[in-house]
Design a protein around this ligand. Structure first.
Ligand code: OOG
Ligand code: NI
Length: 466
């Protein structure tokens, strides 16, 4: 490769995600423990479940399993979100989905930066859940003003990363040397700083308004607050966490345990209390603590169509209405029982999920299909061809997040007293204005992947497109 050849964005994303994982492992040792636990359980699961092993291999998911993770950051002002979009674009990550968390008492709205095309997702599906603080939700006018001033004065990006973003935009990419510099420089934005930018007194005021406000406003930048590996058996990892000295939150967010996993299940361990220094009289500052960084694991299943998602939302809402988990989590069992019982209404075999249009699938011709095509005796719809054994259908994995689950994750690491309901409505327009682009519709992305696979399969079988 010549020195001025451009590195593929997928490659830069892989370099970045790996550098980020190393940094977080050094900063938060429990993350390393969690990675080991997840790798052990994934090995055990794959050894015991040959069907799963085959299906992951068939879906090209096995190779990406070890590199698969998501992270999260919280930004303070519109310009930060705008530049963050450009920074992630260098790595082939684009904003997908809009999540309003104010309804759950968290004064932010969010998107997920992630790769969007099939090949890029297969290569490395690294995602970053990115939230923007909604300052207008701070009721106290003085405090809102202070927060605005503090945020206005900070610059979370290094001068070099800004230059490299411009360069990538101008030249359509980065060379190897530039890509390496970019990764090093971009990482600086996500680093933890134990020096706060404000006094203990200011921090306390922000903290009293909402712990999340203190986390966003009082530090130099949007430290990565967790990195989440993908497990194939979240129940096993949740159960084993205490044996390795990690204490998980009371319940797993999302759907219950199923034969055919849908969407996303997540659990986390509580944020660590870390030593920080506030601006004070001594050069080192006033010592204190801040809790922000935590650990999380996730298990991903098939992406649901609008119809499937509506059923999921209805069932989950009914569970949450029946059982509210209390602060200590002592009624977690009741919640789990209710969840399992109500989700009996959600079909748990891939065929029904597919035929009833509840989930998305990727279609490909089987060997029998290709043989039959040569003899020219094929006809029918995609479902009929699957029934005849000429096409196979594999679940399309859900690559996004869930607002109710995200709120549960936020709350578990913000502490039980953080619940508060904001009287507000979501404001996607304002979010997109700050972002400088519209977010993509995740359902449209899955529908397209499904349709493209059908078109290709029909082509391969010499059939007219359905
Ligand atoms: C983000 C919480 C949401 C998830 O996986 O749903 C999240 C945060 O705490 O900043 O990461
Ligand atoms: Ni997360």
């Amino acid at each position: 490769m010549s020195a001025d050849a451009l590195v593929h964005p997928d490659e830069i994303r892989s370099m970045f995600s790996s550098a980020m994982s190393d940094m977080y492992r050094a900063e938060v040792p429990q993350y390393g423990t969690l990675l080991e636990l997840v790798a052990d359980k994934n090995d055990e699961t794959l050894k015991a479940d040959h069907a799963l092993h085959d299906s992951l291999t068939g879906n090209d998911e096995l190779d990406r399993l070890d590199v698969e993770r998501h992270g999260a950051i919280r930004l303070g002002k519109a310009e930060e979100l705008f530049t963050m979009r450009r920074l992630f674009a260098v790595m082939g990550m684009h904003p997908v989905g809009y999540y309003d968390l104010s309804v759950a008492g968290v004064p932010v709205h969010s998107t997920a930066f992630r790769p969007i095309d099939d090949a890029a997702l297969r290569r490395n599906p690294f995602r970053v859940f990115t939230s923007l603080l909604r300052l207008e939700l701070i009721e106290d006018e003085n405090l809102r003003h202070d927060a605005q001033q503090i945020l206005a004065a900070r610059d979370i990006f290094t001068a070099d990363v800004i230059k490299l973003i411009y360069l990538a935009e101008k030249n359509g990419g980065l060379t190897q040397v530039q890509a390496e510099q970019f990764v090093t420089q971009a990482l600086e934005t996500f680093r933890w700083h134990s020096d706060a930018t404000v006094s203990l007194n200011s921090y306390q005021k922000m903290h009293d308004a909402h712990r999340l406000i203190a986390d966003v406003v009082c530090f130099k930048g949007p430290h990565i607050n967790h990195l989440t590996p993908r497990t194939l058996d979240i129940d096993a990892v949740q159960k084993t966490m205490p044996e390795r000295g990690i204490s998980p939150k009371a319940v797993v967010e999302g759907p219950p345990t199923r034969k055919c996993p849908i969407l996303l299940r997540q659990t986390s361990f509580k944020a660590l209390e870390e030593q920080v220094y506030f601006v004070g009289d001594t050069p080192k500052g006033t010592p204190g603590t801040h809790t922000a960084r935590f650990g999380e694991i996730e298990q991903r299943g098939v992406a649901l169509t609008a119809k499937g998602r509506a059923l999921y939302d209805t069932l989950l809402a009914s569970v949450r209405q029946a059982v509210q988990i209390n602060a200590g989590g002592s009624n977690a069992r009741d919640y789990e029982t209710e969840l399992c019982e109500r989700f009996v209404a959600f079909p748990d075999d891939y065929e029904t999920l597919r035929v009833e249009g509840l989930a998305f699938f990727k279609y490909s011709p089987t060997k029998d299909g290709l043989d039959a095509a040569r003899n020219g005796k094929l006809a029918g719809t995609a479902h009929e061809l699957v029934d005849q054994g000429y096409l196979r259908a594999d679940p399309i994995i859900y690559e996004d997040f869930l607002p109710v689950s995200a709120a549960g994750i936020f709350q578990s690491n913000l502490g039980g007293d953080a619940q508060k309901n904001y009287q507000t409505h979501s404001n996607q327009d304002e979010f997109e204005q700050a972002l400088g682009a519209s977010v993509r519709d995740e359902l449209a992305l899955y529908a397209k992947t499904q349709q493209v696979s059908i078109d290709r399969a029909f082509d391969a079988l010499g059939l007219k497109k359905s």
